[in-house]
Design a protein around this ligand. Sequence first.
Ligand SMILES: N[C@@H](CCC(=O)N[C@@H](CS)C(=O)NCC(=O)O)C(=O)O
Length: 207
Amino acid sequence: MTTLCYAKKTCSIGIHVLMEEIGIPYDLKIVDFSKKEQKTPEYLALNPKGKVAALVRDDGSVVTEYAAIAMYLALEHPEKNLMPTDTEGMIRTLEAMDFVIGTVHMLSWRMFRRPDAYSDIPEAIEQLKVRGKEAMMAAFDVVNEQLEGREWMMGDTFTIADTALYYNEFWAVDVAGWDLPSNVKAHYERMKQRPSVKANRELEGVD
Ligand SMILES: N[C@@H](CCC(=O)N[C@@H](CS)C(=O)NCC(=O)O)C(=O)O
């Protein structure tokens, strides 16, 4: 059975939401970061990057990287309509998702959350946290513009890009306690109404 390698409060939240949207049976392998399980030889044999999410497919092969996993799931389950199939729709979905993963998550949130990855100097760490938050809010402002007059990132249709935005919204609101720009906040509230997100929030132990 397909297995999702998942760690709490991480970007694998978005892939869990996707699995729930698709509704196929799957196993969840919880990777406990507090025990550094992502760096154990057993996990590194599965994913040498030592990161989640990772998807172990039925044949034992592993897919890593959020965008690749999300695209794989969307393409394998076209009936769920999680990604447009026309060229323009597809590239716009990837464009939106890549911005959220590359800029909101990897560039901004990581700088805020893991400043120790960039410096050992206490003053620099404080500065990185400030800059990380500023970068994340500036990136959310861009997403806010994109969401103007839209229910979902691609308009009327829920796509894989919305799941990527969701885990970043979760971090901003439920982990950091920040306020989001209005359209992003409304998107987050809409996401929370979806059964897939409710299932994830139950797993995460949040309301
Ligand atoms: N580029 C990767 C990033 C994955 C990533 O950074 N995952 C984090 C959790 S959000 C992780 O596993 N970190 C473990 C560590 O750094 O030790 C993707 O898009 O999936």
